[in-house]
Design a protein around this ligand. Structure first.
Ligand code: URP
Ligand code: ZN
Ligand code: ZN
Length: 479
C-alpha cells in the first residue's frame, strides 16, 4: 500500500508504551505502525521528536452567549471556534470538547442548535459538546435530554454556583436520574454557592473588593463541602461523576473516599492549579483579574497535593478550563476600570499552554512518565467522553491525530507566542521545556513550525459513545 503520509524515525508514545516506529497514514487514519515504512506520498522525518496522540482538551468554553448571572458576569468571550481551535492546534490539541449552555427559559435542543451554528465552518480541529443543564424542566428531563444523549451528547454538566446556572440538590438529583437512565456521564462544578455569597458580602462590606478577595470569598472548604455533596448526590442517583477543576487536597480526599466506597468518581485538574497561587491574584491595580478563575488557585501545599493526586492516579484528566476574556472593557473590565471582584468575569485562557505546562512541570521535572502524560492529556479524556479508540491513541484504525513534539525546546511563555484572541496569558514569563512543533489532524498537517496550514471549517463535530465510566463497573442507585 502507498500511504498518503508516512511519519518516520519518531519515538511513539501511547498511554501504555514508548517505542520507536514509523506510522503510515491512509485516508486520515493510521493504517500501519511498523519498524520501517517506505512508501508514502509524503514523508515527514520525526527524528528527535516524540510522536504523541493529539491532545484532547475536554474542558473549554468558547463563544458562550453573554448573559448576566453567569461566570462571565456579562462579559464577551474573546475566543470562538475559529481562534479557539487555532490556539488549540498550535498547542498540540487536535480535539476539544466545549460547553453548550442551556440558559434558563431556553429549550436545551434550541441551545444545541444555536451552538452548532456558532461552530459551523469555524474550527480547524475536531470538536464535541458537553451539554450544560441550567433549567431542568419536565420537558428537558423527560424528552429533550434523553433524545440528545441518544444523539451522541453523552456528557452533561451541572453547576452548584453562579446565580443563573446553579441547580439545587433536588434538581441535580433530577438531572442525575435522567443521566442514569440514558447512561450519560455527569460533570459538576462543585462550590458552595451560599458560603460564597455570605463571604463575599462581608468582604464587600469591609471594603475588600480587589481581585485577591475573589480567592478569599471561595476558600478550599467551599470546594470541599460541595465536592462531598456532589459525590453523595451521584452515589444516591447511581451515576459516574467527573468533578472538574479540583484545586487541592481536601476535595481530592472526598474523591478518594467516594472511590473507596466503590463509586465511580473521576477527578480533573488544570494547569493554573499547578503553577499559580492566590498570590498571583494579589497584584497592583486590577492586574490580579487576569488570574481570576473559579475555583481560584490556592497555595504551594495545594499544588503539592495535586501532584500527589496526579502521581497516585486519583486525578485522571488534565484540561485547561479555557474561559477567554480580554483585559478590556468588553472582557474583565466590563463593569469599569476598577470593578469589585464580584463584577469581574471568572475564567482564564489556557487551551494552547495546557500540554507544554504539564510536560515541563510533570515529565521534565520527573513527576510523571511519558505514558502518564499521554493518558492525562489525551487517552483518558477520549475514553471518558466516548471518543476512544477513534481519538486519543496511536493505533491502527484510529484517526491520525498526532503531535510531533520537541522534548528539548526551551521557551519562555509570553502572550505574543500564542494564537488565542486574549490580550494576555496568566502564564506570562513561565519557562517551559518541550514544545509541539507539528500538529496533524486526520492525516493533515494543520500546524508546522509556527505556521497554520489547516483551514477553518475543516474540523468536524464528533458524536460521543457511552463513557468508559459506565463500563468499569455496575453503578448502583439508592432507588
Ligand atoms: O472561572 C471559571 N472557571 N470560568 C469558567 C466557567 C467555569 O466555572 O468553569
Ligand atoms: Zn467551573
Ligand atoms: Zn469551566
Amino acid at each position: 500500500m502507498t500511504f498518503d503520509l508516512v511519519i518516520r524515525n519518531g519515538t511513539l508514545v501511547t498511554a501504555a508504551d514508548v517505542f520507536k516506529a514509523d506510522i503510515g497514514v491512509k485516508d486520515g487514519r493510521i493504517a500501519a505502525i511498523a519498524e520501517r515504512i517506505s512508501d508514502g506520498e509524503r514523508i515527514v522525518d520525526a527524528s528527535g521528536r516524540l510522536v504523541l496522540p493529539g491532545g484532547i482538551d475536554a474542558h473549554c468554553h468558547l463563544d458562550q452567549p453573554q448573559a448576566p448571572g453567569l461566570a462571565s458576569k456579562g462579559a464577551k468571550m474573546a475566543d470562538g471556534f475559529r481562534s479557539g481551535s487555532i490556539s488549540a492546534a498550535f498547542g498540540g490539541t487536535t480535539t476539544f470538547v466545549s460547553f453548550c449552555v442551556q440558559h434558563r427559559g431556553q429549550s436545551l435542543t434550541a441551545a444545541v442548535k444555536d451552538y452548532h451554528q456558532r461552530a459551523e465552518g469555524q474550527s480547524v480541529t475536531d470538536y464535541a459538546f458537553h451539554l450544560i443543564v441550567s433549567d431542568p424542566t419536565p420537558a428537558v428531563l423527560g424528552q429533550e435530554l434523553p433524545a440528545l444523549i441518544r444523539r451522541g451528547h453523552t456528557s452533561i454538566k451541572v453547576y452548584m454556583t453562579y446565580d443563573a446556572m446553579r441547580l439545587d440538590d433536588r434538581q441535580i438529583l433530577d438531572v442525575f436520574e435522567t443521566a442514569r437512565s440514558e447512561k450519560a456521564v455527569m460533570l459538576i462544578h462543585a462550590e458552595n454557592h451560599e458560603i460564597i455569597g455570605w463571604l463575599a458580602e462581608r468582604l464587600e462590606r469591609a471594603g475588600r473588593t480587589k481581585p485577591v478577595e475573589h480567592a478569599r470569598s471561595r476558600p478550599l472548604p467551599v470546594e470541599r463541602e460541595a465536592t462531598h455533596r456532589a459525590v453523595t448526590l451521584a452515589e444516591i442517583a447511581g451515576v459516574p461523576l467527573v468533578v472538574v477543576h479540583i484545586t487541592g487536597g481536601e476535595p481530592l480526599e472526598e474523591v478518594r473516599r467516594a472511590r473507596a466506597r466503590g463509586h465511580v468518581v473521576i477527578a480533573e485538574t488544570c494547569p493554573q492549579y499547578l503553577v499559580l497561587t492566590e498570590n498571583d491574584l494579589d497584584m497592583p491595580d486590577m492586574l490580579g483579574a487576569k488570574v481570576m478563575c473559579s475555583p481560584p488557585p490556592r497555595d504551594t501545599a495545594a499544588q503539592a497535593a495535586l501532584w500527589r493526586g496526579i502521581e497516585d492516579g486519583t486525578i485522571d484528566v488534565f484540561n485547561s478550563d479555557h474561559a477567554p476574556y480580554r483585559f478590556d472593557s468588553e472582557g474583565k473590565l466590563k463593569a469599569g476600570p476598577n470593578p469589585p471582584f464580584r463584577a469581574v468575569a471568572n475564567g482564564i485562557p489556557g487551551l494552547e499552554t495546557r500540554l507544554v505546562i504539564l510536560f515541563s512541570e510533570g515529565v521534565v521535572k520527573g513527576r510523571i512518565d511519558l505514558p502518564r502524560f499521554v493518558a492525562l492529556t489525551a487517552t483518558n479524556n477520549a475514553k471518558l467522553y466516548g471518543l476512544h479508540p477513534r481519538k486519543g491513541t496511536i493505533a491502527v484504525g484510529a484517526d491520525a491525530d498526532l503531535v510531533l513534539w520537541d522534548p528539548e525546546a526551551r521557551t519562555t511563555i509570553t502572550n505574543d507566542l500564542l494564537h488565542h484572541n486574549v490580550d494576555y496569558t496568566p502564564f506570562e514569563g513561565l519557562d517551559v521545556e518541550g514544545w509541539p512543533k507539528t500538529t496533524i489532524s486526520r492525516g493533515e498537517i494543520i500546524v508546522d513550525n509556527g505556521r497554520l496550514l489547516g483551514a477553518p471549517g475543516r474540523g468536524r463535530f464528533l458524536t460521543q459513545e457511552i463513557s468508559s465510566a459506565w463500563k468499569t463497573r455496575e453503578m448502583k442507585a439508592w432507588i
